[in-house]
Write a protein that binds this ligand. Structure first.
Ligand SMILES: NC(=O)c1ccc[n+]([C@@H]2O[C@H](COP(=O)([O-])OP(=O)(O)OC[C@H]3O[C@@H](n4cnc5c(N)ncnc54)[C@H](OP(=O)(O)O)[C@@H]3O)[C@@H](O)[C@H]2O)c1
Length: 254
């Protein structure tokens, strides 16, 4: 049996809590957070508290607060004796230097409170200072996920950067597409099969092989027509920049 406590009551805290609560090999001792509204979600099934001085003993403390707040809350755990981990993709293990036993438990997925996450499919990237803590964290992570990896900070930073391109930026492209549809009285639903197919294709083909569109085909007439259709300067710039990047990728002259 592994006992855990969670700091924070946001997106990641909620999804981890849901996943661990369903495991009979794990006891979720406590959720501590500063926000009474979001903390209320955990009450009833788990001890909750707003007092960061009142941690119950646990084998593993999972800090799931905003990146900038990690150094602020981790000192509360420095004398607890358990393994202290945070869930950020872009923050070093050094931020937990006060804690003799420290690690990383980074779930590489986009979490939103209202969307269910199938944790079995969520890659969890781990880092620890000692082999023994690595084994403990691997056992814990493997209870909720089939995709557990050891990834050092240099790689994790790059993974997070790649994830920003793959997820945050592509989602922003969906947002621009959504805006264009709305402004022109078109249902965004018409684009959804295309968006889903774009993602599904990466199971079979590399992104390099999957690329289609006027920039890849070097259809300069169509590219210019699109530029003329765009009203906002910012969107024109994005369109030009991405088209140029696609053309460079496929070795065509601009
Ligand atoms: N969301 C994702 O998709 C995702 C994926 C992988 C990893 N992560 C990482 O997981 C961590 C949490 O992300 P999240 O998406 O769960 O964020 P979130 O939903 O915004 O929740 C952040 C939590 O941190 C608390 N917090 C912020 N500043 C604090 C402070 N100074 N003292 C105490 N508590 C504080 C917030 O409390 P209030 O409600 O009072 O603000 C909230 O409970 C981050 O390190 C993030 O990089 C996120």
């Amino acid at each position: 049996m592994i006992s855990i406590s969670i700091l924070g009551s946001g997106n990641v805290a909620k999804h981890l809590w849901d996943a661990f609560l369903a495991q009979k090999e794990v006891t979720v001792n406590q959720v501590i957070g500063r926000n009474p509204n979001t903390l209320a979600h955990f009450a009833g099934k788990t001890n909750t508290s707003q007092n960061f001085e009142s941690f119950m003993d646990a084998d593993v403390y999972i800090i799931a607060v905003s990146d900038d707040a990690i150094p602020e809350v981790s000192p509360y755990l420095k004398n607890k004796g358990g393994l202290v981990v945070h869930t950020s993709g872009s923050v070093s293990l050094d931020v937990l230097a006060d804690n003799p036993r420290a690690g990383i438990f980074y779930p590489l997925q986009t979490f939103t409170k209202t969307q269910h996450a199938d944790f079995k499919e969520v890659p969890i990237c781990l880092e620890t200072k000692t082999e023994a803590d690595g084994q403990l964290l691997h056992t814990l992570a493997s209870l909720i996920s089939d995709r557990v990896y050891f990834v050092d900070f240099e790689q994790r930073k790059k993974l997070h950067l790649a994830a920003v391109f793959a997820n945050n930026f592509s989602n922003h492209m969906f947002h621009i597409a959504h805006e264009i549809c709305e402004k022109n009285n078109l249902s965004f639903d018409i684009l959804k099969p295309l968006i889903l197919e774009t993602s599904k294709k990466i199971e079979r083909l590399s992104p390099y092989e999957s690329q289609t569109g006027p920039a890849r085909r070097k259809d300069t007439g169509t590219l210019q027509k699109h530029i003329n259709l765009i009203k906002e300067e910012n969107q024109k710039e994005i369109y030009r920049l991405l088209s140029r990047s696609i053309q460079q990728t496929y070795g065509k002259k601009l």
